[in-house]
Design a protein around this ligand. Structure first.
Ligand SMILES: [Zn+2]
Length: 583
């Protein structure tokens, strides 16, 4: 467990908007920030972040909670790991509490530490040892400046693995390094998977090293190797260079996707700092969804030869599946992005960006060209195929626009194309269906009102320690029912926890559905001042009192019906008139 004062310190230093902002593009809206929810697919923002309250909430899927919850859910961390990650990032040293297990960090933490230590080791070898000279010369030949190389934290892995193995073992990270495939058993020894290679650390969007790419400096094969899949790294999900590019992606509202580390680095150096790379795979839906959190304006580079053109058509399907349109930049045959900017300069690449084509339109045009060559029968077939592809477009406005363009290009009747496309469309409008909404079982309206009031009061008690006394007093006479929510509410309103402590406490005790209910009130409270908060508190307390009176009345009515005792009936009448309470 952590020291409360340290949680408070982390909470005070960790800016929720900044932490979430590394994963989601946020903009200010009133006193809150809003953006597209990373936990479900949406096109209009319902994801709300309150910097002051330290809570986020999605009005689309109900996700919500504190900065700790965000990291737990976004990066699959435990509470302890989320606290540790924030402490590291914001320079808070966590004191060990007595009895806290020191020697046994979780496997994931150990893997992450191993990756970080190895990355520092490789950079040290590259810049500060004679072993690194070969790699430094290589970078020079590729015209990669030291500043660029250091931005991407490049390194060099010496052929002899013993220093790295020792450095990792000394810190107790042997198991972690093996778990991420960095070290392998070779005979009686441990060896570095990347020995003798130039190292490209792969970082997550928060800047933590999750894996490596390694390139040989000679003609050996394979030219590139990457970290194997592990708890930290998945090649289908990771995007190289995102951490370095994310600020520029936000400013320029676009992202350029290339295929190799060196292409990404070369474009970055040439001024296209919004560039990222896939890692030895073609683009995946997961990667596109990750990028779409920053911008929907995604440009993918393809070779201009026929293989590249075919690849762009495969990519179109992936884009549509991710509900994105995407544009293609075709690199002239004989070049790649790296050689292009080196030999022809940055403006040459800038012109290619200007000429980027919508993937859908490019595809329709190609079908049109082929159809024209094949006569009327060919045109009908092409229209059928195009209709099928158009059917994948979820957004009705984009669908409309592109169908019209496609009809024009193919020279077929728009209505025909539209009909055929609709037939292929999924019955449910995918854009409108939030992913796996966790909803509580439907409650009676009165019951729901009571639950809402209790959540709201819990939010008020969390945010406004000064209101807790009144809340506790208001609750004292009420029948609260037995639930985790009410126990927390009663405990918290009687406590002297700081806001940060209260948040940490709730983070650990509420499940994700409950976090969502609470966070909704937290972000809504961000818009009100103390006086308004006090009025809300009174309203909710009154609502609870009203609920209780209704229940009492209902019980009395039931009793009166079952039991022909005139005293009970009399009590109902008295209660209704408000003339006295039944005894
Ligand atoms: Zn959501």
């Amino acid at each position: 467990m952590f020291d409360d004062s340290q949680l408070e310190e982390i909470r005070a230093r960790a800016d929720l908007v900044e932490v979430i902002g590394t994963h989601v593009r946020l903009r200010q809206a009133g006193r809150n920030h809003i953006g597209l929810c990373p936990f479900h697919n949406e096109k209009t923002p319902s994801f709300t972040v309150s910097r002051e309250r330290g809570f986020f909430h999605c009005f689309g899927c109900g996700a919500g909670g504190t900065v700790f919850n965000f990291l737990m859910r976004m990066e699959g961390l435990s509470f302890a790991e989320a606290v540790q990650a924030l402490a590291t990032r914001y320079g808070v040293t966590l004191r060990e509490q007595q009895g806290a297990p020191r020697a046994d960090p979780s496997a994931r933490e150990s893997a992450m530490r191993a990756a970080q230590i190895a990355s520092e080791f490789y950079a040290h070898v590259l810049w500060r040892t004679s072993t690194g000279a070969r790699a430094r010369e290589y970078l020079e030949r590729r015209a990669i400046t030291r500043e660029t190389a250091q931005t991407f934290n490049l390194g060099f892995a010496p052929g002899d693995s013993s220093s790295l193995v020792r450095a990792l073992e000394r810190r107790g990270l042997r198991a972690g390094a093996i778990a991420i495939g960095l070290l392998r058993q070779s005979g009686s020894q441990l060896r570095d998977l990347f020995g003798g290679r130039l190292i490209f650390p792969i970082r997550d969007s928060a800047g933590r090293v999750i894996g490596f790419g390694g390139r040989v400096l000679d003609q050996r094969l394979p030219k590139y190797i990457n970290s194997p899949e592990s708890t930290l790294y998945s090649k289908a999900r990771a995007v190289y260079g995102l951490y370095e590019a994310r600020a520029a992606i936000g400013q320029r509202e676009r992202v350029i996707v290339v295929e190799g580390y060196l292409d990404a680095i070369a474009l970055w150096q040439a001024g296209f700092r919004e560039t990222v790379a896939t890692l030895g795979t073609s683009l995946t839906v997961e990667q596109l969804r990750l990028l779409a959190r920053y911008t929907p304006n995604i440009l993918a580079c393809f070779d201009g030869d026929s293989a590249g053109q075919r690849a762009s058509l495969r990519a179109l399907r992936v884009f549509l599946e991710a509900q994105l349109l995407g544009r293609a930049i075709f690199i002239p045959p004989g070049y790649d992005p790296d050689t292009l900017v080196r030999e022809r300069g940055a403006p040459a690449f800038g012109q290619l960006i200007e000429r980027a084509q919508w993937l859908v339109e490019y595809y329709v045009r190609r079908e049109g060209e082929q159809a024209a060559a094949n006569g009327p029968g060919g045109r009908a077939q092409a229209a059928g195929r195009v209709a099928q592809t158009l059917g994948l477009i979820a957004n009705p406005f984009e669908f409309d626009l592109l169908t019209r363009r496609a009809a024009e290009i193919l020279g077929v009747r728009e209505e025909l194309l539209r009909q055929q496309a609709r037939r292929g469309r999924p019955a449910t409008a995918r854009a409108a269906a939030p992913a796996q909404v966790e909803t509580a079982p439907r409650e009676e309206p009165a019951e729901e009102m009571r639950t809402t009031a209790q959540w709201a009061l819990l939010a008020l008690a969390t945010s406004y320690p000064e209101l807790r006394g009144q809340i506790a007093a208001g609750l004292a006479g009420l029948e609260m029912g037995e639930s985790k929510r009410t126990r927390l509410l009663i405990d918290l309103s009687a406590s002297e926890l700081s806001q940060a402590q209260a948040e940490a406490y709730l983070t650990q005790h509420l499940d994700s559905t409950e976090q969502g209910r609470l966070s909704q009130h937290m972000v809504e409270l961000a818009e009100v001042d103390l006086a308004a908060a006090r009025r809300l508190m009174q309203e909710y307390l009154q609502a609870l009192a009203r609920w209780e009176a209704q229940q009492r009345l209902r019980r009395l009515r039931l009793e009166a019906r079952e039991d022909p005792n005139p005293a009970a009936a009399q009590a109902v009448i008295l209660h209704r008139r408000g003339e006295g309470k039944p005894s």
